[in-house]
Ligand binder design. Structure first.
Ligand code: NAD
Length: 253
C-alpha cells in the first residue's frame, strides 16, 4: 500500500498492542514520524522498537487518556519531540462487560465511558488546537460496528462507541472549514488481545465470531490500519464526519 501524506507526524493512542500497534507500524512504513502512546509502557516501547528496527522513527510517551493533565502533557510531548502534529489516531479503548444490561455495574460503566468516550474527547480537545495552529490535519477515532447498531451483552460498550461517532461527526462539522478532517473507523471483530479475551476461551464463541462476518473470518489488525491510513491520506481530502465500517460485510446483512 502506498498513499500520499502532506503531513509528517502521527500520534497513535492505544499504540502498545493490537490495532494501535499495527497502525503505528503502518504510519512509520509510509515515512511518517510516529508518537506511540499508551498506559502500557512496556508494550508501547515494544512498538517503538519494532518501528526503529524496520528503519522508521518513533517515540513513546506514556499517557492515560482519561486524565486531562496527562493528555495535555502528551500533546506537549508530541510538539517537543517532532515540532508538530498532522494526524491523530485516537484508538485507546477497553471492553470489560460480561452480561446483559441489568447485570452491569456502575464501576464498569464509569471505566468504559472513561476510556472510550472521555478519552477520545480529551484527545481531540488537545489535538485540535495543534492542528488548527498549523493550518489543518486529520483525526481518526476508533469506534466499532457496536457504534452503528446493537451489541448484546456489551451495552455499555455499544453506548460508548455510539458516543465516539457523535463526537466525531460534531467535531467534523465544527472544524470542516479549518481543514481539520475528523472520521471514525468501525471495526467488526478483529484478531487482537481484546478479541482473544472476549472470544477465544470458548471455541463456540470463536466460531460464532467468524460466522458473524459474511467473509467467514474475523479481521486482521493490518486491515484496520489500512483504513486509518486512507482516512488520514490526501486521497480522503473530501471525506469528513464519516464512520467507515471495516467489517467483512457484517453491517451489510
Ligand atoms: P487491545 O486491548 O489490544 O489494545 C488497546 C490498547 O489501549 C491497549 O494497549 C491498552 O493498554 C490501551 N489502553 C487501555 N486503556 C487506556 C488508557 N486509559 N489510556 C491509554 N491507553 C489505554 O485492543 P484492540 O482490539 O487493539 O482495540 C483498539 C481499539 O479498537 C479499541 O478502541 C477497541 O474498542 C476497538 N475495537 C476493537 C475490536 C476488536 O475486535 N478487537 C473491534 C471493534 C473496535
Amino acid at each position: 500500500m502506498s498513499m500520499t501524506f502532506s503531513g509528517q507526524v502521527a500520534l497513535v493512542t492505544g499504540g502498545a498492542a493490537g490495532i494501535g500497534r499495527a497502525t503505528a507500524l503502518a504510519f512509520a512504513a509510509e515515512g511518517l514520524r510516529v508518537v506511540v502512546s499508551d498506559v502500557d509502557a512496556t508494550g508501547g516501547e515494544g512498538t517503538v522498537e519494532l518501528i526503529r528496527s524496520a528503519g522508521g522513527e518513533a517515540t513513546f510517551i506514556r499517557c492515560d487518556v482519561t486524565r486531562d493533565a496527562e493528555v495535555k502533557a502528551l500533546m506537549d510531548g508530541v510538539v517537543a519531540a517532532y515540532g508538530r502534529l498532522d494526524y491523530a489516531f485516537n484508538n485507546a479503548g477497553i471492553e470489560i462487560e460480561k452480561g446483559k444490561l441489568a447485570e452491569g455495574s456502575e464501576a464498569e460503566f464509569d471505566a468504559i465511558m472513561g476510556v472510550n468516550v472521555k478519552g477520545v474527547w480529551l484527545c481531540m480537545k488537545h489535538e485540535i488546537p495543534l492542528l488548527l495552529a498549523q493550518g489543518g490535519g486529520a483525526i481518526v477515532n476508533t469506534a466499532s460496528v457496536a457504534g452503528l447498531g446493537a451489541a448484546p451483552k456489551m451495552s455499555i460498550y455499544a453506548a460508548s462507541k455510539h458516543a465516539v461517532i457523535g463526537l466525531t461527526k460534531s467535531a467534523a462539522i465544527e472544524y470542516a472549514k479549518k481543514k481539520v478532517r475528523v472520521n471514525a473507523v468501525c471495526p467488526a471483530v478483529i484478531d487482537t488481545d481484546m478479541f482473544r479475551r472476549a472470544y477465544e476461551a470458548d471455541p463456540k464463541k470463536a466460531e460464532f465470531a467468524a460466522a458473524m462476518h459474511p467473509v467467514g473470518r474475523v479481521g486482521k489488525v493490518e486491515e484496520i490500519a489500512a483504513a486509518v491510513l486512507y482516512l488520514c491520506s490526501d486521497g480522503a481530502s473530501f471525506t469528513t464526519g464519516h464512520s467507515l465500517a471495516v467489517d467483512g460485510g457484517a453491517t451489510a446483512i
